[in-house]
Write a new protein. Structure first.
Lengths: 348, 348, 348, 348
């Protein structure tokens, strides 16, 4: 069982990376005989404590398998049968979760075009015209991604304003935080600054893209929304029987700042890549590089050439737009080697 | 992070056990740098080969996170909007998956009372009266559990007859195989004898209860049903991004007969427990012990006494019926110690 | 366009009857030029007043197209994503609405076998064992049919006790009142005696089987449940654009006791039929005749003979059980002619 | 029961109109004693014949209650669990059916902005990039409205090209024909020219807005899609028990060209209104007037003034855009009186 070794470090996704050694060790360490199933174990108690330590005493964390699962469980808490979600057109829930929101939740996503993946207050208030009209779905949740799908990051203030706007209209604020760690690392702030203290109601906290094997959390900050999680997590196929092994992953990330260390490193590698691209002929960076993603327009010939050796994806092939992702295990050498090949490909 | 050590070996569930060392090693061994996400990796290719080796060249295996996920993805392949599933009243999908079948699939489960968790051909044919009647749901799938929720096992012939009955009526046969390994170990047959060769269309193959961390498979034997799996697995929140770590678990179980070794051992421990119960005053075994479960009626006082020290569940508290499960890591000493305490509890 | 006139009066269903002349007149009278759509019209205001007059000042009535629609809208008001409904196995929502409850509401129906279609308090309390267990659906609504599918009727006291039992456990009581008028006529009570005053939360009030063209109402008695109706009615495809013509039908039934007159007559015809069956060889009446249905066991030869001339349905063909329904327009002559032919068929 | 008579003829909606006398007569004429329920009656047989006469021998018509019902049943025939619908952003199914598509069908609507409510072939082909990608929903149906929500009309050629484009990509073409009659009247063509002969797979044919009380049809032109209709219609709460009264309405519209007469008249009244607006200060017509709708930008003061006397809706209040609808019973006098008041309101 050997991985194809003809490819150098992947720039396709932070999901191509493996598991951080500390997390693998934590999994092994949790394998000490019996433990109650479904979360009644000590590792899950520790995880729940870590969530409260990080996000405040009212925060309740629930471990799940993957990001789409975290989003669906989190959203389900807040949505009735005729409610709708306002989100950017680029939202992961709207584009890359195979219609789970519509199929599993039965909700309409009111998608808003944005220049950079970030929702503005006016994007909310301008979508509320149908409130009270029985012919229209009723907006109930605003969902944003932090980091956005375009690699950009909301400031704490921006999130606060969105939360206030949502709450004033009787809506909840949900954050898809598959890369929340990368956002906090970029902002050099605490996780709670962009969640609890910004007025978020429910968010997902991603572990997998940040070094875990498969571990995400639904975190509920608004206590009235908590009661349904156990039932919705089970029904949504997101309840791990041997949960200790999921919880141990999350606890490890949340302990001693490993989440920040991994995210900061991945961000730095994207920064290094972006800096190296400066001035290369035919290459332009499309969005501000604020996390571990670089979106760049690249000449077709160069992209074709690079794809012979490297793994990465077109974001918009017609536009010549590619997405290059770094991970916790991307090294300076990986980036520099890649930059060398990019330079060759563009004839620089 | 220490587990509560005041309890001896749990007899509550095979989910209380940890991870088999070989599986933990396989996970660690898969952590060698990059791999494509979502199943494009070498470990998943190996897993798919192992499935074909075990179940025949038409078998297609798809790794998922958990048993309810495997059931929902598998059933979704066969069910249209007004179709229904015929299953025993005791079926896991009907009793312990939090209504996922109704909510996520939108289907009615036509539940049939059985004496022992096993469906008979007449249980199918007697439920087909509404076919063609637009006021009634249309049976499309027969779903059985192998091992059943009551610990009993279908013979290959019994499954063949159910498959033939289903197919003659235009229905598919689905098997919830969360403990399929235990059934094959009990029958001392190949896995394919109770699946491929018995005419099953789709089944789930459980890893978690048999020593994995979190790994199950949806296996499709009827090729016309395969095309939808990738989409339904994604939509059902069951697509692991770092899939190699799930695939590696399943491959390990399927290699060198580890699945059989683990299951055989767990079954033997249940047998040992059942044998030890023989003749104890006030204790009767409720169902044939054919897997790793012992269902026993126990005097209330004795059960209360035992629950002070041991973890196990009442199956039907009013009836004084308990379920004792063994696992791959239950030892003879565990069983004998438990039997000692049972004997004391019943004053024998 | 002529109806097949070779059949005498149908005993198959009260849906085979036409429209009561007063209702047809009311429809024509409502056709006076413009009226606001979707319920903003005067006829709907009158209907809403009639509902309050009949069921009390807190009652809110909402007109819909058909019985299944009334049931689904009514139940949707009370059910969250992981909630379940306890109902008799014979319930219309469980047997003859083509899986709408599972598909449209996503809920599990916990069906309880009953001897006569009527639920008892113990049928509720014995199904609550899974409350709080995240692996199980959570009972939230008890749904009964008044008249039941077997033609039997709950007394006001029986409903009160069910309501109290449900409420004590935090559940709601829903009544499928497709034939509520027949029940009140049989009990010689007011409609409110078996709804408002008995503690019902939400019920449907059927017009179609009692002489309307197509008109049913969802009536909400628990004010906190009202807000969702307009949205759920629209989403459930049950909002009539030219609603005045639905409302006018319901108002006519609710005016001057037409509902009671029609129901009482239909009931009397069933009574006359049942009385005429007494002592006929081989014929036994299966359930108490308390409404406009007679369930009888009939010798196969006789049933076969009768089906050559008459329209009616087997309820259970293997058991030789037939259902004979009467309607507002069944006459004594219809019944007597039918009885004559029954007597001949059984050789009496 | 008197309608508020202080308002002159409504220009708010063709749903404000009453029932055409011929249709009311047909309903009364169908009230001749018994008829089998659920469509087994003679009037429904006649309706089915009329559908075949109008749309060709393969056309199968199914009567339902309302337009949203016709759309949901029609779409359900073509959509699997991970399929999606491509439609204009202005589509009724996307904007004014309270999220029924997402909730009842579980599908994502891929909405395409258009200048005039009309989809172009490129709007289809440019949305197919995710086909085969398990992270994305799979487009399966193209749904257009004829007449569009903006009052515009597709030519037979335009529909043919859309059908060909859809079919080449393995998609179906669905038409929301709530105002199909108005389109055919405008085009002066047969109904089959814009449905059967243009390659449409499934469409809804609206009766209510064209003079019926409450009657629409789902018409299936692709025979392989027909089998599911009875079950889906029942499950979708759209099966009328006394169906003869729905069928009779539709047959009347389809007999002797009443559908065309009513639609042509309504269209002519919109034309007359639009012509009368020409040159009025501050008033501009927004979309080509091709049916019974006039979309006009009107000075705020004038609109406010007119709303004191007349019923009509803003389409976009901020933009000063109003929608004025005519109906089968709008008279020249109604239009001229309205024009007089408009002229006064704009000070002309």
């Amino acid at each position: 069982m050997l991985i194809n070794s003809t490819f150098p470090k992947s720039f396709a996704s932070d999901n191509h990376a493996g598991v951080h050694p500390a997390i693998l060790e934590a999994i092994a360490a949790a394998n000490t005989g019996d433990a109650p199933a479904y979360g009644g174990d000590d590792w899950t108690a520790v995880f729940e404590d870590r969530i409260r330590a990080e996000f405040g005493p009212s925060a309740e964390g629930f471990a799940v398998f993957n990001g789409a699962g975290a989003n669906m469980v989190g959203l389900a808490l807040m949505l009735g049968r005729y409610d709708a979600v306002i989100c950017p057109s680029s939202a992961h829930i709207a584009t890359h979760e195979a219609g789970a929101a519509e199929r599993l939740l039965g909700v309409k996503l009111i998608t808003v075009p944005t220049p950079d993946g970030k929702l503005r207050p006016d994007d909310i208030t301008s979508r509320l015209g149908g409130i009270g009209n029985p012919h229209e779905v009723q907006p109930r949740v605003v969902s944003i991604s932090q980091v956005t799908e375009l690699g950009t990051v909301y400031t704490p203030d921006e999130i606060s304003v969105l939360a206030r706007t949502a709450h004033e209209e009787g809506l909840f604020l949900h954050v898809d935080g598959a890369r929340l760690a990368n956002a906090a690392a970029f902002l050099d702030c605490e996780l709670r600054d962009i969640t609890t203290d910004a007025g978020v109601d429910v968010f997902s906290f991603g572990g997998t893209k940040n070094g875990a094997l498969a571990a995400e959390a639904v975190v509920v900050l608004t206590p009235s929304l908590t009661a349904g999680v156990p039932f919705l997590r089970r029904q949504s196929l997101q309840l791990a029987s041997k949960m200790r092994f999921i919880s141990a992953q999350l606890s490890t990330l949340l302990m001693d700042g490993l989440w920040r260390e991994n995210a900061r490193h991945a961000n730095a590698m994207a920064r290094r890549l972006a800096d190296g691209l400066t001035g290369l002929p035919g290459i332009t960076i499309e969005y501000p590089v604020e996390s571990n993603a670089v979106f760049a327009r690249v000449p077709t010939d160069a992209a074709t050439e690079l794809l012979k050796r490297y793994r990465f994806h077109y974001w918009d092939e017609k536009a010549g737009l590619v997405r290059w992702m770094t991970a916790f295990d991307t090294t300076e050498e990986h980036v520099d080697e890649f930059l060398d090949d990019i330079r060759k490909a563009v004839g620089s």
